[in-house]
Design a protein around this ligand. Sequence first.
Ligand SMILES: [Zn+2]
Length: 229
Amino acid sequence: MRALDLPDENRPTADPYGYLRSLPNVSTSLDIARHRPALAFLNSITPTNATCEDIHPLFQQAQWVNLSCENYLRLLPALKVATQLTRQASSLSFHNHVLHGELKYLKEKRTYYLAPSAYEATKTAHLMTTETLNTTLPRYLRLQFDELDEDGFQFDAMTYFGTGASVSEIIYCPRIQLHTHHLYALRHVVDHGSRYDQEAIFLRIAIALCHELAHAVWHHRSSIENPPS
Ligand SMILES: [Zn+2]
């Protein structure tokens, strides 16, 4: 995902929140919640009712690299939204398909796609998907905030796949990076923003995390099929 293109003078510098003034009205993101009843639960998630225990193992504090306790607490409502999105039946069946769909080649478009497989409808496949999301992936996946400005591009978030060595094997260690502008925005709206501003940034961070998670899940599958050497 690309971040908004901001003129240089509005990029975070001495006044880290200055660029927020140039953002379009963030409350417009709330139209999503208003118009889609399935997302209406987001309205009940506020900083006051998010607790550490409710966070999905993928997003818990131990997963974050170099994140202060203070910033983790600010992030909690966004992580709670990401948790609820990840636990939706539709997300689970999406990840189940990513992990167990059948890879087929589409000649006309010269590209691969994932066709539904008989296996993905089974109970075993669903159990494996839950196990992957709740246990296996949290062991390797790490999350961090980073400056993601490269060659004139600003990416909102990305995932990279380094390798690490465990006791007996070389393993992939995916890392989800979120642009630090999310952290600036979060600090600003938690201290100065309206509830609508806060919900918009929480939703934006949650969506970025869930988007990147899909890359990590797909990569998890390909790393099993083609282990690093
Ligand atoms: Zn992507």
